[in-house]
Design a protein around this ligand. Sequence first.
Ligand code: MCA
Ligand code: AMP
Length: 492
Amino acid sequence: MNHVLNSDRPDKVALIEGDHAFTYAQVESRIVQFASGLLAGRSDLEEARIAFLIPAGVDYVTALHGVWRAGGIAIPLNVASAESEWEHCLTSAGVTQVIVDQQTLAGIEGLCDRLAMPIATVSDTVTDSVLPLPELSPQRRAMIVFTSGTTSKPKGAVTTHGNIAAQIETLVTAWEWQPEDVIPLFLPLHHVHGIINVLSCALWAGATVHAMPRLDLTALCAQVAADTFSVFMAVPTIYVKLIDHLETLEDEEVQGISEGFANMRLNVSGSAACPVEVFEEWRDLTGQVLLERYGMTEIGMALSNPYRGERRPGYVGQALPDVAVQLVDEEGDIVTGEGTPGEIRIQSPTVFLEYWGNAEATEASFSEGWFCTGDIAVIEDGYYRIMGRSSVDIIKSGGYKLSALEIENKLLAHPQIAEVAVVGIADRTWGEAVAAVVALKGDGDMTLDALKSWCDGKLSSYKVPKQLQVVDALPRNAMGKVVKPALKPLFE
Ligand code: MCA
Ligand code: AMP
């Protein structure tokens, strides 16, 4: 199984990182050297878990594909996590080795020392003594992506080589990826959106990826205005940030950037609901009709507006090829016909294998062979519309899925906090913003700034509450459970 680099045009540029351009042949050769170094004389890593902490660039691609080619399970970590979050990923997945680059080494070295976990850079691992690499069947485990959910700790979603190939092939076909395509990559590379939809589809199709270590709107827009890209993929928050950014610029500059977007063949939005206003503002500004699609870490992409055909604002389109979709109502009955909401359930070769080391959670997430997404949708005029989620404990902020329970558990360790509830509140930029309601011990007070400083280093910064309300006691129902819907109006 080699769901890897396109090998049709070895001299074509696969990846651009800063001033360096790497051809497909160069990237391939580095991957083989790295995989050989990882194997260190063995014939197959036999699904050993290898985690890596590397920003977008050739080292990232080398680590991801190198682990795959050596028969390991690749675990991309969030470069912006707090140490305790990395520790959870490393220990719960039984990681045997951590790969870093020169920039990320210092941040995680201490943790690896404490856990007695071997750590190495990509450059130290590559070797000239190239070894034969193992043959891998589609059933072999390939990757673990950590995803937050209704449990307090993120779970590791395991996909096989076959799942990953199916996730890529579906999108390459549906969105008509071409070798001539050029795409910017600024999304984080520990989630499916960046890993599969952008990086892997492009490298499969023989296209060119411009790797950017972070989202820099000014630099990005300059390249857009220079007509560098043909395809653009982002979360709704980034389209909002771009719309706001363009408002700060002179008319002439805006015109150049708008034309750059207009000249692309495709702009995609996903990972969170794209508000109709954003869809319309983007169309007015650039002439681009956003293609909105729906997916999830555990299933890859499932629903998509058409590449050719009507893209409807507020809708996520129809099932992608080979994806079977059911809507199931609260009574557990399959919804037939249009207009009745139900939970989205999926069967598809793209659906993941299991949560690592958590058979119970895996079993609970399937019903009669269908993966239960927890998202509620309705079909209207043949198109799916996402209505919300079955759990109030999941928050989608800027495309990141956050667990209210995970944030509450952290905040409960604050010496002043007696009780806490975390909710997502509507926010133009973030979609939902994290908001905390706390009841304090004693008669002290708490400011948002003080809470934010306390969170520093304990939580990834995007999980830190953006709003705070202090109350005497949290509202609870007869069962003693906090009534979360009653908390949202506190922030209006
Ligand atoms: C950054 N900040 C955030 C977020 N991102 N706050 C809430 N939610 C966020 N998502 C905060 C930082 O903590 C910081 O706060 C301040 O904003 C500036 O941080 P910076 O990193 O400079 O912000 P940015 O570069 O503008 O980042 C915004 C972003 C980023 C580019 C939209 O959040 C992002 O890349 N989101 C995409 C996530 C994604 O790819 N999700 C896919 C998963 P302070 O100043 O207080 O420290 S979903 C998926 O994969 C499925 C399969 C699917 O359907 O796609
Ligand atoms: P994640 O678990 O991080 O992969 O996020 C997947 C979740 O993002 C889905 O279960 C949905 O709740 C949400 N999501 C993804 N795409 C869309 C979309 N186009 N509209 C609404 N929600 C979406």
